[in-house]
Design a binder for this molecule. Structure first.
Ligand code: ATP
Ligand code: MG
Ligand code: MG
Length: 375
């Protein structure tokens, strides 16, 4: 292929585009965002239209040789139209399954892959039944379109279910048992067209307000945890006939078990450290996989900590913080996503800090956070 088509226009598409251009590919982005979106800024062509706009999609498809996604919430009709004329990698099955929490959970159950006990509910009566069976605390999640903890409600000992259900009325929801995890980890890796797999390793993730805050590479967990996590990733990748870069988010429990939280059919925020700390980063792996090439060496060459930069750090909508607090650290790398306006909780960029050890990287990360006025 010479031109890569990307569905979605956010920062994941931007980093994928940059990597593609470095490798000499052309890139066309199709997004329902406004022109000048983070991915479009670096693409050769940007198509801005609704995902169900047949004519715009046709023009986009005539221009590209292979299509991938940087965002999973692409309507199925669009995926079908793409698949009919171009290779879609990952395929429709992987995207369709993982864009919907109910389908994703049923896939995990079918494959016998460990995840939190759950029930699918459509009515208040079913919710009451589910909460009785699963016990409190538990969490209600919308089946479609949730991210960064949006579309979720925790059910505590004193939560009124009728009140909680109001936000989900008329929708399918998944109710999950609350897992008192000791750590959250993810595995980011890629699978090639011929079924070979290359995994970056197990990453430790810390969330704040349901949004990824910090990723630590490698995760500070025992080998038995790493082994389980890698095995789960492979089971998911094979079960979905996956092609491309994929992330699986997981919980680690106090008794040393690992279970899947959710699957992202694309490069993932917790894999951003790989740009600066791995031999081959998650975006290059995605390109190699979707172009039918051999995968690169995913191994970590330097321990790293990634810090997410949310709009909250910006003093004003269009005023970035003083980056000298970051740049005074010679082993810190600043990545900004070209978003014109900062808003609370909006992902604006990230920083990767390298260290000779994870502890050293963590120390630098803490000092950078303090310097930027982050908690
Ligand atoms: P994103 O797609 O942006 O990662 P999301 O909105 O799909 O987020 P989840 O990953 O399902 O949300 O949940 C966000 C966070 O909430 C998890 O990373 C975890 O910290 C917490 N959480 C979610 N489900 C559970 C659970 N069953 N038990 C304990 N904690 C949970
Ligand atoms: Mg999610
Ligand atoms: Mg998540």
């Amino acid at each position: 292929p010479s031109t890569i088509g990307i569905l979605g226009g956010g920062q994941l598409g931007r980093m994928l585009t940059l990597e593609a251009r470095r490798m000499g590919y052309r890139v066309a982005v199709f997004t329902d965002e406004k022109p000048g979106c983070p991915a479009g800024q670096w693409a050769d062509a940007e198509y801005n239209a609704a995902y169900d706009d047949k004519h715009a999609l046709e023009r986009f498809l005539s221009r590209v040789d292979v299509v991938t996604v940087e965002f999973e919430n692409i309507p199925d009709a669009c995926l079908q139209a793409v698949e009919a004329v171009r290779p879609l990698r990952p395929g429709r099955k992987a995207i369709h399954t993982t864009q919907h929490r109910e389908r994703e959970k049923l896939f995990l159950r079918d494959q016998g892959i460990a995840c939190a006990p759950f029930r699918i509910v459509e009515t208040l009566a079913q919710l009451e039944e589910a909460v009785k069976e699963l016990g409190r605390p538990c969490v209600i999640k919308t089946a479609a379109f949730g991210y960064d903890g949006k579309g979720q409600a925790k059910v505590n000992a004193d939560t009124d279910l009728a009140e909680a259900w109001k936000a989900f009325e008329g929708h399918h929801a998944v109710v999950e048992q609350w897992i008192p995890f000791v750590a959250e980890v993810s595995v980011v890796g890629a699978r090639s067209v011929d079924g070979r797999m290359a995994v970056h390793g197990v990453l430790e993730n810390q969330h704040a307000h349901h949004i990824l805050d910090v990723t630590i590479a490698p995760a500070r967990v025992e080998v038995s945890i790493t082994d389980q996590a890698l095995e789960l990733w492979e089971a998911v990748a094979e079960g979905l006939d996956y092609v491309g870069t994929m992330a699986v988010e997981m919980f680690v429990t106090a008794d040393g078990k690992v279970m899947v939280n959710e699957i992202a059919p694309r490069p993932h925020n917790s894999g951003h450290y790989s740009i600066d700390a791995c031999v081959t980063n998650q975006f290059q792996q995605q390109l190699r996989a979707i172009c039918g090439l051999s995968l690169g060496d995913p191994s970590l060459h330097t321990p790293a900590v990634m810090i997410n930069l949310l709009g909250d750090v910006w003093p004003a909508e269009k005023t970035p913080p003083d980056w000298s607090a970051v740049l005074m650290h010679p082993r810190a790398k600043l990545h900004l996503y070209g978003k014109a306006e900062a808003r609370a909780k909006r992902k604006m960029g990230h920083i990767t800090v390298l260290g000779d050890t994870v502890e050293e990287a963590l120390e630098s990360a803490q000092s950078i956070k303090t310097g930027l006025g982050m908690a």
